[in-house]
Design a protein around this ligand. Sequence first.
Ligand code: F0G
Length: 455
Amino acid sequence: MNTIIEPFRIKSVEPIRVTTQRERQKLIKSAHYNLFGLRSDDVIIDLLTDSGTGAMSSAQWAAILNGDESYAGSPSFYRFEAAVKNLMPFVHIIPTHQGRAAEAILMSIYGGNGKNIPSNTHFDTTRGNIEASGAHGHDLVIAEGHIPDNLHPFKGNMDIKRLDAFLQKYGNSVPCVMTTITNNAGGGQPVSLENIRQTAALAKQYGKPFIIDGCRFAENAWFIKEREAGQGSRCIEDIVRDCFAVADGMTMSAKKDGLGNIGGWLALNNDDDAELARNHLIRTEGFPTYGGLAGRDLDALAQGLAEVVDEDYLRYRIQVNQYIVDRLDSIGVPVIKPAGGHAVFIDARAWLPHVPSLAYPGQALAVALYEIGGIRACEIGTVMFGKQPDGSEAAAAMDLVRLAIPRRTYTQSHADYLIEVFEELAKVKDTLLGYRIVKQSKLMRHFTCEFEPLI
Ligand code: F0G
């Protein structure tokens, strides 16, 4: 059979409120053309993020009833800890309410003024936590990672030569080396097992702990199985274990490949660092056997971790992106290729060449997707990255729009509808206007800034 079906049946449904284009034009105007300002009831297909927006399985909902809400020593914690250790053999597993809390705790140990922390590409919150501690984040992804239509199979790989030069140059100011799998900011592109091992070996050579941001570890492992020489016949669990066996710790948002609606963890091997982390956790998140989560959340994650490594699930999951990328490509929409793990990225700069970067082509495209089809996507470009430390504006490296696909939530007919919206958009794209920002915050402006169309 050629059709890769959604490998689940639907037991419980949530209605989608279908709005008209005229209604949506009013709604987005009153949200000051910022898609984060919309009520989700006013969105038909919500592709803002794949984080915490997926559907839990009936087994996860059943596990929730087994949640034990004891303050200390809950069996839910021990089930969660065992599920994590089954895949990631770290000594200390410290639950947190989501990924950024794990990052904040990690940076309370490794961050600080004048420190320099390399990664393939830091996610925004990781960079935010690094910078809030006074340190600097550096992105050392391979050059192919910046070329939208380059077909390198592991576009998320760390540039090992640059990392070596970096470690020589920055020496003692480097507290740790990080890698993000998959590389979200770079298009959901995977990192090979070989590259993870090379990064780990180099970190070890320089005496630096190696920390993996493992949010999408299962999707990354699927790509390793599919694309890396010698990995095709191995099971996903073993590939995952190999990825983490060479690391000294990890941060995790379980809202992605934990298949949960909330949750995360920090894992470490070093006992002293783990003690510091737990002390910080008690102050900011909660006792180390719940870390900002309810016992029932821990049980849902333990079950989610067993489900996310299922090959039928992962084949379907990756195929969804592949399907959308292939169809968009066939109608001439410039997409990042090859398809990434959790999202489809549109090259708005290439598709709307008449809108200059400083008029935010990604925002123009995202607003039009909403107006025409009720699709909510996210600009990843000059709105997000264009504001310079001195307050001026500069074009970001790319002007992208991300369509992040929630896990197990939408069906193929939703994907087909999405393609039709793009077909409609193709007819009017040359008339789309750019935007100007009329109000913005100092940090992470994209969440709350207000826009006006450039008429
Ligand atoms: N690291 C990566 C690679 C991420 O993609 C995210 C979140 C985080 C860390 C932070 O985790 O949200 O649980 O605090 N990414 C979401 C996104 C928000 O839409 O890509 P969190």
